[in-house]
Every structure is written in C-alpha cells, then in structure tokens.
Design a protein around this ligand. Sequence first.
Ligand SMILES: [Zn+2]
Length: 450
Amino acid sequence: MAMAAAKLTRLLLRVCGREASCTPGKVALKICPDFMGGLRLPETVICVTGTNGKTTTSNLITTALTKCGYTVTNNSYGSNIQAGVCSALIKDSRFSGKSRRQIAVLEVDERSSLLVYKYITPDYLVITNIMRDSLKRNAHTDFISYIINRAVPERTRLVLNADDFICSRLCPGNPDRVFFGISAEKPETSPEGALRDVVYCPECGSALRPEYVRYDHIGRIVCPGCGLSNPAPDYEVTQIDRSGGSFTVSHAGVCENYRLVNDNIVNVYNLCAAVAVLREFGLDASRLAGAFEKTSIVSSRYERVKAGRLNIVMQLAKGQNPVACARAFSYVVRDSAPRKAVLVMVDDKNDNTNDSESVCWIYDCDYSALADPSVKQLVFAGRRCRDQRLRALLAGVDPSVISISDSLFEGAAMIDTDACPDIYVCFDPYILSEAEKIKKYFADKGETEK
Ligand SMILES: [Zn+2]
C-alpha cells in the first residue's frame, strides 16, 4: 500500500510538473514507518555523507559509474534526508520493492544517519569531512560524530578523509577503512588564528600542533603529548597540475592520472574521495580516468560564463555554513584577474520560515580572503547586508570598496562592470532562481556592450 501510494503521489507530482524528490518518500514513511526495511536494494550501495562536498562527490561517483555502463539510483538532485533517500529508491523500484538499478549512490544528511542506516547497510560509506556547520541544524562536530558513530553498521567499508583529524577517527569499531588525502601543494605556513574544529588531543588532552593546515582543521596535525596524528592516506593526491588540468593519485605504489574536473582544493578532495571509493568498488584506473574525461561539476554549483569582455563566475556559497562560505570566498579571490568585483548573496532569510538563526555564523566564517587587493568592488546584497559589511570590516576589507543593498538585484546593478570586468557571484543554494537571473543580467550586459 505504501509503495502504491508513493508511486501514485510521484505520478501526480510529475504530471503537475513538480519535483518529486521528497514527498513520495514522506507518504510511504507515513503509511509504513519501516518502509525502507522492506525495499530490495541494488546489489551495491554507496552512501556519501559529511559536512561539505556530499553533493559534488556523489554526483562525481554517479556520473563515473553511469559512464562506465552501470545503472544507478541517485538522490543528488533532490533531498538527502530520510524521505529524500526513500523517494529516490521508490523512483527506481518495482511495486514489489525490488530495485531496477545495479547500484545506489545515496547522499545522506549526517543528521539522518540513524534513520537511514537502520534500514540500509551501505557497502561503502564515503565521509568527506566533519566541520562546523549551521548551529541551528548541526550543533557541533562532536554531536555529528556521535550520531555517525552510533548509526553506521559495522560491516560497512569506510572511505575517510585522512587530512581531517575528526573524520579520520570516526567509527573506530569498523575494521574496514581506507583513507584519501592530498600531499601536493602543502602550505608553507599555517594561518594564525584560523578557525579550528579540533584544538585539543581527543586521546590525551594536549594542545594539538598543526604540521600544516590548508583550511579549518584540514591538513596534518600532531599531538606533542601522545604522538597521535592523521593516518597515512591509501589514495594520495601527490600532484595537482592546474595548467595541464590533471591530478595524480598514488595508490599502492602506483601513480594514476585523472582529469582535474575542477581545481578548487575542496573539489580535489571530492575528486580523490570519488577515486578512492570507485577504485575500491573495482573500477580499474583507466576506465575511471576515461569516465572523468567527460565529467563536470554541476553548473548550479560552479559556472564560468564569458560574455563580451565580461567574465562571470558563479560560485555556490552555502550561507550558515562558515567553512563552505570561506572556501568560496578564498577560491574566487585566488583567480588571477587583477580587478575583481565580488557580489555576495548568502542570506539565511529564506531558511527562516518558522524560526531564525542568529548571525553568529557570519563571525564563525573567515572573510579575510575578501580583503585581497585584487577585489576592487565588494557588494553584499540581501537583508543581512549590514552584518556582512561589519564582518568584512573586521576582516580588514577596505571600507571604500564595500557597497550594500537589501535587494539582490539592486546589489547586482551596483557592480561597475566598466571598472571590473571580472565578476564573481557567491550565492546561497536557497536563491538559485535569483542567481540565474543575475547571471543572465551580467551576460546580457556583456553581450550588448560587444
Ligand atoms: Zn595526545
């Protein structure tokens, strides 16, 4: 009954032109709370969880598997909570509950772990990283670690980020674990006063000493008290060739080359995670390399558009998620363009239907990248623009480059495209349609100027 009701709901939603990424699962779970336990899953189940990079990583895995000829169930374009996972499985199931696909690649929200892994034992679980996130939703990294440790079945093979001191120590009871990490482009200095989600040794309590830190606590950390450190990666990015567009993964003493789908360091981690799980799954390196040749990062996350003399870069920056936002700022500023205009639209307003989040996440986020001299104009648009400006001032941004507007579109119009032909738009996932319009506004402007 639950399956029939869910399938009917899905059909009705699709007829009405609506996405059916969550509701069919909700209906099924309402009728039968144990519904997921009755499904006959694909032969292989790969789950992806973690604070940042879930969607990108599971999309990379799904695309690579599809290009290698496998049929895949995937929820990356929909919802990653229990009902979303359930909806994706329903979509590709027969009425009997048997899946029509060979593999499921499921992105799972960390907080849904207990609800999902109660019914689904992943063959592989990729955990991208564990970092501070929205306080309202995720509380603290210890809380998220506690949930994951309790939820993940012992039989699951873990694919963990070796460079993340918290992630690499998850699920200590699971004997089957492989690690991925990056040794290329080691930072010479560690940023002083940077935000860290792990400061004291979880074993002996000594103050931890970073050997180097890429961002947040990602890097290599050593405990001076007991010698505890990050594990050695089994899949290690030993070289990143940005100009040639490739990266090298060393595994079991052999170097494998893959196309650098995106050169943002956070995406190099995501790429390496995808390589690790797919190689463990059994894809050989040459097939995987071939699949990566035709893969890209979804354009709703990252896109470059050339319109006349304007270069428009659209970069997703998740509001309320301090590390994701800081990475987006740091990435756009890294670009070599000498005269940048950065439009930041990371309000939490749209997430506040029934409640509100304090603005403390803005102060948890590192804005110092925006103080780079190549940023000639910085516009904060949206209802929180005054908080954003204050944060930027505290980070050392020159007040004369900052403009603010309560309206997203007026904020976009403030960009002086004559002075700054390179425009970077950092936008929140809640405003995809507005971001699309703003991209079009700049693109049209660039085209008509031609
Ligand atoms: Zn220690």
